[in-house]
Design a protein around this ligand. Sequence first.
Ligand code: ADP
Length: 185
Amino acid sequence: MRLILVGPPGAGKGTQAVHLAAHYSIPHISTGDIFRANIKNSTELGKRAQAFMDKGELVPDSVTNGMVRERLKDADTQGGFLLDGYPRTVAQVAELDGMLSATPLDRVIELTADSDVVVRRLMERSIEQGRADDSEDVIRRRLEIYEEQTAPLTALYKSRGLLVQVDGLGSVEEVTARISAALNS
Ligand code: ADP
């Protein structure tokens, strides 16, 4: 299974990705998680990404695309993968198409949630987890960028017949069940 999970910040991508990856025995590749791990370890890549992430801006493609390209060369991706947080722009779709030329995608899962719900969830998470980019103004910026740059990807993948849309509202178990049903239909 080669899957992409897309949806606004706070829709629950990370949580669902963990379930999906375990279910299909595929690696969960989250660009946000890779950036955060690099920041924690003070790597060069982390230093290049941090200022953008702190503001809620996208990390430049010159950093992000190469990072994903390298990750997709790892042996554990041979049997499939779940990409979470990539691609996020039309330009990244083109890059990914190039990386996957011989191994096409199976599905793109869009997790939907309206902005009131996601802002509330992210504010709660900021209290629980203290993620640096979960302050209210940065959350708003991330949502704006999602609407402008990432939301258009769903139409693109729909036109390729790959898109499945799943309502992200409800309990974790409910949403997981909806995703399974959508993937099996
Ligand atoms: P969320 O979906 O809640 O915004 P992520 O962990 O997916 O959280 O992303 C956090 C941040 O990491 C983004 O705001 C952005 O700065 C950076 N990032 C993650 N993926 C990408 C990407 N594909 N392209 C550019 N920047 C990215």
